[in-house]
Design a protein around this ligand. Structure first.
Ligand SMILES: Cc1ncc(COP(=O)(O)O)c(C=O)c1O
Length: 336
């Protein structure tokens, strides 16, 4: 089977890196705008690498079905490439996914299956158990984005390298939200091998417990997990610091960015930018890059819902050292 065409030919990669001077006048803050990728998110890169890897390893052929647990963005992108190679895509989602993303999955001709909590402790576990079951059926395959090295390599080879080249190596710190961890760990590997002092700051929504804490629900779809993914167990040592950001702060930051920079980003982007702004403002010598994985259009209902703001409640979260967290990682955990 022939491989996929180049990233560029689909309109993926070489995304803009925007100097956010109005948002952070005293610091050097850049925002990497991933919503300009085809399919509207950073996950276009991930899906391209995951499908290319399956083709290269002869794990997939026309007529087969890819099943994946997704909060939308990866599923939308997998559907694009699945269609191209004659493979069906089944996306396991849960009720936390915004309706607009379900619509986009259907537009992309993915089959959407809504999982129920039933006996499972959380939605992610429910999605994974079902993905694992379906992935064992004849002619079905589950790439498992939570443990897929090809997905992480996408960001080492493309996203991280693009940041380095765009800023001519003048980068000190990168801030991004974590889901699988593939985006941030891939970027970290690309940058640290060129400049070991680059600091990587991971952000999770309050309520997500990758870095511990008390679990609760949150609106930042795409980021956050009950615990570290297999990718994070293997590569989490690349993360230097972490912060937790409330939905309120993330959403408020999206509104501020729209007002000051005319950039319309998704909620997880708002979370990363909130922390990145704090870091850039606290040390104007540092060049800080925030990753914006997708745009605002998928979250209009949330962004323009009840969280419209008010001064004083949007505390900036503290940034913690991740060394203690490294001790709980289990790097030997198998790939998928
Ligand atoms: C909007 C959004 N933000 C952040 C992430 C986290 O990316 P990763 O899974 O690479 O950690 C995702 C992942 O799907 C996402 O969709």
């Amino acid at each position: 089977m022939q491989g996929l065409n180049s990233l560029e030919s689909y309109g993926i990669g070489t995304t803009p890196i925007h100097l956010a001077k109005a948002l952070c006048p005293i610091g050097q803050l850049y925002v990497k705008l991933e919503y300009v990728n085809v399919t509207g998110s950073i996950k276009a890169r991930t899906a391209h690498y995951i499908v290319s890897d399956l083709i290269q390893r002869k794990k997939i052929k026309p007529g087969m079905t890819i099943v994946e647990s997704t909060s939308g963005n990866l599923g939308i992108a997998l559907a694009l490439f699945g269609r191209e190679i004659g493979v069906s895509v089944v996306c396991l989602v849960d009720q936390t996914i915004p309706p607009r993303k379900i619509q986009r999955l259907r537009d992309a001709q993915a089959e959407v299956r809504l999982v129920e909590l039933s006996v499972h402790p959380d939605f992610r576990t429910a999605r994974l158990v079902e993905a694992c079951r379906l992935g064992k059926l004849a002619d079905w395959i589950w790439p498992n984005q939570y443990g897929n090295e090809a997905g992480m390599f996408a960001h080492e080879e493309t996203t991280g390298s693009e940041i380095w080249e765009a800023l001519l190596g003048n980068v000190d710190c990168v801030v991004g939200t974590l889901g699988t961890g593939g985006t941030l760990c891939g970027i970290a590997r690309a940058l640290k091998k060129r400049k070991p002092s680059v600091r990587i700051v991971a952000v999770e929504p309050c309520g997500s417990t990758i870095f511990g804490g008390i679990p609760s629900t949150y609106l930042s779809v795409g980021a956050g997990l009950p615990e570290a993914s297999p990718l994070l167990h293997r590569h989490g040592y690349l993360i230097d610091s972490f912060a937790k950001v409330s939905d309120v702060l993330a959403i408020q930051t999206c509104h501020t960015l729209a007002r000051l920079e005319q950039l319309y980003v998704g909620i997880t982007s708002g979370a990363a930018i909130a922390v990145a702004t704090q870091l850039a403002a606290s040390d104007p010598e540092q060049i800080v890059v925030a990753i914006a994985p997708d745009g605002a259009e998928n979250y209009e209902d949330i962004l323009h819902g009840e969280f419209t703001g008010g001064e004083g409640v949007f505390d900036v979260s503290e940034v913690h050292d991740a060394t203690e967290w490294h001790r709980i990682l289990r790097p030997q955990e198998s790939a998928t």
